[in-house]
Ligand binder design. Sequence first.
Ligand code: GH3
Ligand code: MG
Ligand code: MG
Length: 475
Amino acid sequence: MSARILVVDDILPNIKLLEARLNSEYYDVLTATSGAEALEKVASDSPDMVLLDIMMPGMDGFEVCRKIKENPRTAHIPVVMVTALTEAEDRVRGLEAGADDFLSKPINDTALMARVRSLIRLKITVDEWRVRENTANQLGVANDQVTAMKEPVEHARVLIIEDQDFEVEKLSGVLQRDRDDCIAAAGGAEAMRHIQAEPFDLVIVSLNLEEEDGLRLCSHLRSNEKTRATPIIMIGLEDGMDKIARGLEMGVHDYILRPVDRNEFLARARTQIRRKRFQDRLRSNYENNLSMAVTDPLTGLYNRRYMETHLSQLLSRQEAHKKPLGILLLDIDHFKKVNDTYGHHVGDEVLKEFSRRVSDSLRSFDLVARLGGEEFVVILPDVTEEKAHFIAERLRASIAEEPISCGTDTGYLSITTSVGGMIVHNGGHSVESVLERADKCLYEAKENGRNRTFFEKAGFIHPEKYREAPREMIE
Ligand code: GH3
Ligand code: MG
Ligand code: MG
């Protein structure tokens, strides 16, 4: 897991020391000797992590950190503050500026490497969602750039796994300030019951449980489907540092040492809650964007772009599978008149009900998409000619035989649709040529009276045909 790390310190020997340690673990190291230079390199080289000295002349580390975390382009880069300051107050200040963690000078090697590895692993996950979000943006569904610092921290659901009552009271007392909903569990079994019931935004795990190994619990939480994405903060003792390092190694997000400083605990909890909510948001943005990019908002059917991609895959698979593929084009008859007579709103209602009926008449693995306007395409994988004829006729009849409920004076409107169909038997066809052939058939149906089904080769399909079909033919 190679990564680029920016080391910022105004004292050159300090830089050299960190550079040597990181180089020996095969990290690429960039350096900066002032806050201004640090911001430049963050912008130009997009490092995977920043190790940031606090005390520097001019712009200090707090300010540099705040600037990195305020900028949506750089906010995702983890920042670890390296400091000679040992006061909890300074750590809180740094966390509030958006720092992901602290290391005190002189730097403990185990703590440094565990931190670096865990933060870089975390960044890789976030980067993956950022890439997907960019793809979605390129598809034309942009959304506001968000940063984790802007996420709300209140009303989180927090699970505290700790068997000392006074510690539970202390921790939940602190989280009350954010009106978090705290639930305590004395051990793993009890914790799992709560987790099954409802997901948590954060889990706190004591590494000093009497009856259980807290680290084993962490490992279980990390691998459990339900809690894999939930941040964990370990609470441990200074002389249990190797245990803490092992925890970070397995992907636990953060830790705090006993005796727990209340403000530092709150700041660390907030950082994790924000990060969790930020990742949840990236994920749901992505899913929304994706569905917006492939579906038609009016009817909820797939759109043309999705259908073309899907059909092109089916057509190329055709060469190997050689199973006939049915393509139907549907176009509502005299639809312009519907709009002209009853208004666009009624037209929209008709389109929706039409789409619902078509979807309901198809098999689960068939696909229907709105090509645009009042034109639809239906793709029928693995059909015989006969079956395709039945399905096409059933679709046509499902529209013609029952008036559509909509906002006209009578509350109903009778409409019809014409259907053109063709079957692809072997490989080597393009999406365009297939749609063009189906369109020719649709034209035949329109020219010869509408409310008809016309297939390439077979010609007009007699309406009686689908009625005679045994049910299993069209299920
Ligand atoms: P034909 O039987 O030959 O298909 O006649 P038609 O009137 O259905 O065909 P034409 O292509 O002339 O008109 C299609 C109409 O569909 C024109 C347009 O106003 C309407 N239309 C396209 N998209 C929408 C939409 O999203 N909502 C509504 N209400 N109408 C739409
Ligand atoms: Mg039409
Ligand atoms: Mg049309």
